[in-house]
Design a protein around this ligand. Structure first.
Ligand SMILES: NC(=O)c1ccc[n+]([C@@H]2O[C@H](COP(=O)([O-])OP(=O)(O)OC[C@H]3O[C@@H](n4cnc5c(N)ncnc54)[C@H](OP(=O)(O)O)[C@@H]3O)[C@@H](O)[C@H]2O)c1
Length: 275
């Protein structure tokens, strides 16, 4: 089962900027019709304009909806069901990370992260999966932090790990309808969301990030489309994150030791020298 993005309508959440915007632009180039979902109306309108400028014959519908709000999702999906009888795919990409030391993150942050990054995708998929035609596509955007814990990301790891389990299970249930389910796991990517994330990163997390190269969102979108077309379940995007995924799968304690070494080195460097 290898989904090829033939013509049809794709719903993309988190399409107003960053990785989702890049995916939307690249799918429009393939001649697909798009439904874009995010909160910021101005940013959605800008993405729609960019798509229409690059592909004047494209069909784009935008919905402003807070995916952390179940009632708002119900209203939006009700409207989508009235206007669209079938979907070729649902691309659950919206999300955010708020790094910080576990003890310093308010518990409300854990609730918000689960609502936005996990439940938002579950509710959208639950309300619309029956519209996805045979041979269609459902994806979630997880992260490297969806297959291995990374210092500073306690509130982000929960929803991103949960998305992998959700997708792996849904994949089995939707096999009968020949619907491909895939998980995009981007590494650090140069997006507005990443810039925001950097504001609260503990220095240990910063040190871990510095060891990896930032990817442009267009390159992540390309990897996503290529990975889906190859029928991949987990889609990693560059050499380092692919190696980490494989190594963590077979030897998690080694990955833990390497990361612990890097964290200790950063902490030693930070420690003020004794007078
Ligand atoms: N950038 C990275 O380094 C990286 C790495 C791994 C995984 N990821 C994941 O990749 C996805 C895209 O991230 P990005 O870096 O492109 O982030 P971004 O630049 O901040 O874009 C995030 C998108 O999600 C939307 N969004 C966020 N919260 C929302 C909410 N409550 N309701 C509706 N839409 C919401 C945003 O739109 P509005 O603000 O307008 O709502 C925006 O369109 C996320 O799931 C993120 O966790 C990113």
């Amino acid at each position: 089962m290898k989904h090829q993005f033939s013509h049809g309508t794709y719903l993309i959440t988190g399409a107003s900027r960053g990785i989702g915007r890049s995916i939307a632009l690249q799918l429009a180039a393939l001649g697909t019709e798009l439904i874009l979902v995010a909160r910021d109306k101005k940013a959605l309108a800008e993405t729609e304009r960019a798509i229409k400028t690059a592909h004047p014959r494209s069909n784009v519908t935008v919905y402003s909806c807070d995916l952390a709000d179940r009632k708002a999702i119900e209203q939006t999906t009700r409207d989508i069901r009235k206007r669209f009888k079938t979907l070729a795919g649902i691309i659950n990409n919206a999300g955010y990370a708020r790094p910080g030391y576990f003890g310093e993150l308010p518990v409300e942050e854990f609730e918000k992260a689960i609502r936005t990054d996990y439940l938002g995708a579950v509710y959208i998929t639950h309300a619309l999966h029956d519209l996805v035609s045979e041979g269609g596509l459902i994806t979630v955007t997880s992260s490297v932090v969806g297959y291995m814990g990374v210092f500073g990301y306690t509130s982000y790891a929960g929803p991103k790990f949960a998305l992998v389990g959700f997708a792996e299970t849904l994949r089995q249930e939707l096999l009968a309808r020949k619907i491909q389910v895939s998980v995009l796991c981007p590494p650090d990517t140069e997006t507005p969301g990443y810039a925001e994330e950097n504001k609260t990163k503990p220095y240990e997390t910063q040190a871990l990030s510095e060891s990896a190269k930032l990817m442009p969102p267009d390159a992540v979108a390309e990897k996503f489309i290529r990975g889906v077309k190859k029928g991949k379940f987990i889609i990693t995007c560059n050499f380092e994150s692919t190696m980490l995924y494989r190594l963590h799968g077979i030897w998690p304690s080694l990955v833990f030791s390497i990361m612990t070494g890097m964290i200790k080195k950063a902490q030693k460097k930070k420690k003020p020298a004794l007078a």
